[in-house]
Write a protein that binds this ligand. Structure first.
Ligand SMILES: CCCCC/C=C\C/C=C\CCCCCCCC(=O)SCCNC(=O)CCNC(=O)[C@H](O)C(C)(C)COP(=O)(O)OP(=O)(O)OC[C@H]1O[C@@H](n2cnc3c(N)ncnc32)[C@H](O)[C@@H]1OP(=O)(O)O
Ligand code: TJR
Length: 366
């Protein structure tokens, strides 16, 4: 039955991918309309995952931020900087995007491998997500081109940058601190050394389009180690997100100064994490936006549209008594379920890339 439910979820995503494909002719006629339509279609996919987190697993997401910054959230374009320690950090990010109304349009500087993940990766193609191979010589041109395209984007968007470039592991941390030492930079305890090229080029090319950087730090209470499988199994987590709004004007234009600025920011982020580990909370007031019903309604809509007819088909198949048809259906459902499991495995840190490992330096993304 679980395989059948997972197949249903995947089918809904593939239907949306197909609808996105159907918008291709519109791009030539009215590009801004095509972008808006694709934001709505992407919302249909992302919000199903948000619904799983918010409504199915009941995960609580608390926002720590100052009241003066709060009115800007969702009303401006922003670059979001986030620590990269947890398998579901992107999903917690999506939850806040949903609550501030920018879920369909949210963007990220993502590794190229994710472009090939069915449903999510294909959806990103139509959202004009910026992809990189994490090899700067090859990335520079394409990243700049992709950023330039966002200058006239018709919806407010948040552009997520995991400046650490890869998920935190003890081994990657040790290696990146050796790099820090060689560069004469202070050691970080909770973060990998940030890669500055992507940030500097994003600030440079989105200046005038984006008005602020949201320095964000995510943690889970009581040392929870959240996983996507846990969320799908209905496990409740407690996420704390600290967001500090920094006007883009205050970030240096010069590339080396901009890189130094980012290193200093990560030193401050590290101090904040130290405080969290000592006190179990972030400083300052909490101002958590409530969860909205739209993600849940969209999820229920797809369940109604797909699971009910799929169950009927399944029942009819078993009644038909044709061993071949029953066998084929079961095999197809398990194949779809395996597909979903492979997608989930993309979020697992222990199956992560070798980027940032010493051995991986020669063969970056193997
Ligand atoms: C409020 C919160 C909600 C927000 C949510 C908003 C939106 C949500 C939207 C979508 C969610 C989807 C989530 C999907 C997640 C997918 C994310 C990823 O795929 S992360 C991986 C890809 N992204 C990045 O890597 C971004 C950061 N990286 C960079 O910016 C890089 O600079 C680069 C552009 C990728 C290029 O990388 P490359 O390695 O080729 O070059 P660099 O110049 O950066 O690196 C060389 C440089 O680094 C030094 N070095 C060597 N080894 C290390 C090491 N181990 N650690 C640190 N530094 C190292 C080396 O000496 C060089 O130094 P120098 O520059 O001085 O020469
Ligand atoms: C319509 C809904 C379909 C529901 C299908 C069921 C759930 C399937 C979930 C698949 C989600 C796939 C999203 C992939 C996002 C992974 C983000 C991520 O964390 O990438 C890691 C990179 O940052 C760094 O990689 P590493 O160098 O650490 O390695």
């Amino acid at each position: 039955m679980q395989a059948f439910a997972e197949a249903g979820e995947e089918i809904s995503g593939l239907i949306v991918n197909f609808l996105q494909l159907c918008t291709l002719p519109l791009w030539g006629i009215n590009k801004q309309l095509a972008r808006k339509v694709n934001c709505r279609l992407a919302y249909c996919i992302c919000s199903q995952m948000v619904a799983l987190l918010e409504w199915w697993s009941g995960t609580e997401c608390t926002l720590y931020t100052d009241p003066e910054s709060y009115p800007f959230y969702g009303k401006e374009n922003a670059i979001v900087i986030l620590n990269h320690n947890f398998e579901i950090d992107f999903l917690c990010g999506w939850t806040f995007c949903e609550r501030f109304g920018v879920l369909g349009s949210s963007k990220v500087l993502a590794k190229k491998e994710l472009a090939y993940v069915p449903v999510i990766g294909w959806m990103w193609y139509f959202l004009e997500i910026v992809f990189c191979k994490r090899k700067w010589e090859e990335d520079h041109k394409t990243v700049v081109q992709s950023l330039q395209r966002l200058k006239d984007y018709p919806e407010n968007f948040w552009f997520l940058l995991y400046c650490e470039g890869t998920r935190f592991t003890q081994k990657k941390h040790k290696i990146s601190m050796e790099v820090a030492e060689k560069k004469g930079l202070p050691k970080l305890k909770y973060h990998l050394l940030p890669r500055t090229k992507g940030f500097c080029v994003t600030v440079q090319h989105l200046r005038g389009t984006v008005t602020a950087v949201y320095d964000s730090t995510l943690n889970f209470r009581n040392n929870q180690i959240p996983t996507l499988t846990g969320v799908l199994n209905g496990k409740k987590y407690n996420a704390d997100l600290y967001v500090r709004r920094i006007p883009l004007d205050s970030i240096p234009e010069n590339e080396s100064e901009c890189a130094l600025w980012l290193h200093k920011l990560y030193q401050e982020k590290d101090e904040l994490q130290e405080k969290y580990s000592l006190t179990g909370c972030f400083p300052g007031p909490t101002l958590t936006p409530p969860r909205r019903p739209w993600a849940l309604l969209n999820w229920l809509f797809w369940i109604w549209l797909l699971l009910f007819p799929l169950c009927l088909i399944l029942l009819q198949l078993f009644h038909s008594g044709s061993a071949f048809t029953v066998f084929t259906t079961v095999v197809l459902c398990f194949a779809a379920s395996l597909g979903v499991r492979w997608m989930i495995s993309q979020t697992e840190i222990n199956k992560g890339s070798s980027y940032g490992n010493k051995e991986g330096q020669l063969n970056n993304n193997a």
